[in-house]
Write a protein that binds this ligand. Structure first.
Ligand SMILES: *[C@@H]1O[C@H](CO)[C@@H](O)[C@H](O)[C@H]1NC(C)=O
Ligand SMILES: *[C@@H]1O[C@H](CO)[C@@H](O)[C@H](O)[C@H]1NC(C)=O
Length: 462
């Protein structure tokens, strides 16, 4: 633990999405464990929905609420992407940009040693620089996603990209010097093209990315060298910034956690009654909302597979008529809060049908589960390509152009991974790679080194 005089004050400033809050919070806990103070900044409604700060960190991590400025087109109750319900995310970005004056005042008055920010606040690095605050972009994106999404440094910071058509994103870019399958399908590519254009927030996502990379003294990245390490070397070659992998941050598994929580007890009772490794856990994360056809083909596919399933589905409206009755006993549609980590750690679970968010993929693989992959948003298609290349599972076959899939393709994929003999390779590979993903000591040592870096490289001229 650092001495009092040596301890740091670190400000965390994540983007307004739960998939970002949680890794920022996990990193905060680790920094706090080392004897440092953390101010975690978000808006009031988000702070109220975040996990309570555990008692052991009560004096070291502080949530700081900065009200989200109102902007045209942003409804009163929207403070995170999960609240958008189909609204354009650009309006939320615009409101987030409006946090600038209040955040600046906070930085001026509290004079922290470091600010660790997300991909969005393109305006922040110059402010921190003026205040002599050291600054880091924390990339919750993997090195292979970064290598694909961002052109080489000079091109990136100019806010440009040589890729100008959707088709350009369906092949690996020319700055990837080795053989790779990292590219989008046509149906996944449109957002990439859009992210190159100005949106309703007045800047493009590409410009945001360029600015946060350019302005970073160091880039912390949720990644490690033991899995697809060549990509880390590549992003370092492409961008003249120190990249420090913080490890994969597999969440700690607390045995007997939630012991008296009725939701978990009910889930556990059901899982206890299933055969070892027989259940496929189905969860597509909080940001994916399926349309009617996607939802019903997925449901019918699970039904057709004959495989026991536990489906965490917050909004079940649009399930095929009579579905839940027909699968009764074999399949559960769980409409409430579901503790993903507890479920994945249960012996009866033997596979994970996932949208391939980097966090979810890590959580599934740390328990050695083979994956049945159904990616939709942002970089999840790229993650699925890399994981499929590593044979830890398969992607559900889709139509390349519109991304549609059929109940048959769902059922066949689930059966292949869960029950067919040919699926053994995925189980074996998932165990092998899962041993890396779940290696707490390995990933802890990355976190240690990252905090060492923050301690040694603070700006002394404040
Ligand atoms: C179980 O725990 C979760 C998370 O802390 C909480 O949201 C939920 O309300 C609890 N459920 C019950 C029935 O206690
Ligand atoms: C930042 O550092 C410079 C150079 O050491 C110094 O002149 C300046 O006063 C500092 N500014 C603040 C706000 O601390």
């Amino acid at each position: 633990m650092a001495g009092k005089s040596g301890s740091l004050h670190v400000v965390m400033f994540p983007w307004l999405a739960f998939g970002h809050f949680i890794p920022f919070l996990d990193l905060s806990k680790f920094i706090a464990q080392r004897g440092h103070k953390v101010s975690f900044i978000s808006t009031p409604k988000n702070v109220d929905r975040l996990p309570k700060i555990p008692l052991e960190f009560a004096s070291s991590i502080t949530y700081v609420k900065i009200p989200l400025p109102r902007v045209d087109g942003l409804p009163e109750n929207v403070e995170a992407t999960v609240d958008l319900g189909g609204l354009d995310v650009a309006v939320l970005k615009k409101a987030y940009d409006g946090l600038e004056p209040e955040l600046t005042r906070f930085l001026e008055s509290s004079a922290p040693d470091w600010i660790i920010y997300d991909f969005a606040p393109y305006w922040l690095p110059p402010i921190a620089a003026k205040l002599n605050i050291s600054k880091s972009w924390f990339s919750i994106y993997s090195a292979f996603s970064m290598a694909f999404l961002a052109p080489p440094f000079e091109v990136l910071i100019a806010g440009t990209d040589p890729r100008t058509k959707v088709e350009d994103f369906t092949v690996p870019p020319k700055w990837i010097p080795f053989e790779s399958k990292v590219a989008f399908k046509l149906h996944e590519s449109r957002w990439m093209l859009e992210s190159r254009n100005l949106d309703g927030s007045g800047v493009s996502d590409l410009y945001r990315l360029g600015s946060v990379v350019k302005g970073a003294d160091v880039i912390l990245m949720r990644y490690c060298r033991e899995f697809e390490g060549q990509w880390l070397k590549l992003v370092e070659d492409l961008h003249p910034r120190p990249f420090i992998p913080v490890g994969l941050m597999p969440p700690p598994v607390e045995k007997n956690s939630l012991e008296n929580n009725e939701s978990w007890t009910a889930i556990k009772d059901w899982l206890d009654g299933q055969g070892k490794g027989s259940v496929v856990y189905v969860a597509l994360g909080s940001e994916v909302s399926l349309n009617q056809l996607q939802l019903s083909e997925l449901a019918l596919g699970l039904e057709l597979s004959g495989v026991p399933f536990f489906w965490a589905l917050r909004n079940p409206s649009g399930l095929p008529g009579g579905f839940e009755d027909r699968v009764k006993g074999r399949g559960i549609v769980w409409k409430n809060w579901a503790p993903q980590l507890n479920i994945l750690s249960h012996d009866s679970v033997g596979g994970f049908l996932t949208h391939c968010g980097w966090g979810s993929s890590i959580e599934g693989l740390m328990f050695g589960h083979p994956l049945i992959m159904l990616p939709f948003v942002i970089d999840t298609g790229l993650i699925a390509r890399v994981l499929e290349e590593n044979q830890v599972g398969i992607e559900i076959p889709r139509n390349d152009v519109d991304g549609s899939y059929t109940s048959d393709s769902v059922a066949n994929s689930v059966r292949l991974v869960m029950v067919e003999n040919e699926g053994k390779v995925f189980k074996d590979k998932a165990k092998e790679i899962g041993a890396i993903f779940g290696d707490q000591d390995l990933h802890n040592s990355y976190l240690q080194k990252s905090v060492d870096y923050l301690e040694k490289n603070r700006n002394e001229s404040r």
